[in-house]
Design a protein around this ligand. Structure first.
Ligand code: HEM
Length: 158
């Protein structure tokens, strides 16, 4: 196989996956900020804003799949040399935390919020306040993790 051609091609797709996944996360973060701004005074408007994030989990899933598939492809092409390096092992650990934070923590908060919005305003203020705090923590953690993964991948210290 022509490694000098396939490796850069896979890296381009890898970075495309990163752009889709991290880009969607940043956009979601700003959409949620606008959502909270209108939450107290205009429920209908905030419902509409929340609907703007309905395709996000699909996009994030596509980005994540692209990252993992092309990452495994690059590992195969380089005969797993990166697997022995410290930066790569730490990176994979952080990738797992990123995925678990998204699947277990972030998605659950989104689902809770959507359920409350579909209940036409029947909610407890403390419950909503907690979701707001949790989502802020979730997005901040995700963005720090993305930055750490990119940092490690670029500097590749071992
Ligand atoms: C959120 C997940 C991920 C992000 C943000 C990410 C980000 C990056 C970035 C920015 C680079 C480019 C470094 C450079 O050459 O300047 C890179 C390279 C690389 N990534 Fe990932 N990556 C992720 C997941 C994965 C996974 C799951 C694997 C393997 C299963 C993987 C394997 C690799 C390999 C082997 C390289 C080195 C390619 C080379 O320099 O020849 N990545 N990654």
């Amino acid at each position: 196989m022509n490694t000098s051609l396939f490796l850069p091609a896979l890296l381009i797709l890898h970075l495309t996956g990163l752009t889709i996944m991290a880009g969607t996360t940043i956009v979601d973060f700003t959409v949620f900020k606008t959502f909270w701004k209108h939450f107290d005074d205009n429920t209908e408007k905030s419902k509409g804003i929340l609907a703007g994030t309905s395709k996000s989990s699909t996009l994030i899933g596509i980005g994540a799949a692209l990252l993992v598939i092309t990452g495994i492809g690059m590992m195969a092409l380089t005969h797993g040399v990166f697997g022995e390096q410290l930066w790569f092992r730490i990176k994979i650990g952080i990738v797992l935390v990123l995925m678990l934070n998204g699947i277990i923590f972030g998605r659950r908060q989104g689902q809770k919020l959507r359920m409350i919005m579909n209940n036409n305003g029947a909610y407890l203020t403390e419950q909503v306040d907690q979701i707001k705090v949790n989502l802020n923590i979730f997005f901040t953690v995700q963005l720090i993790l993305f930055f750490s993964i990119v940092f490690l991948s670029v500097f590749k210290f071992s």
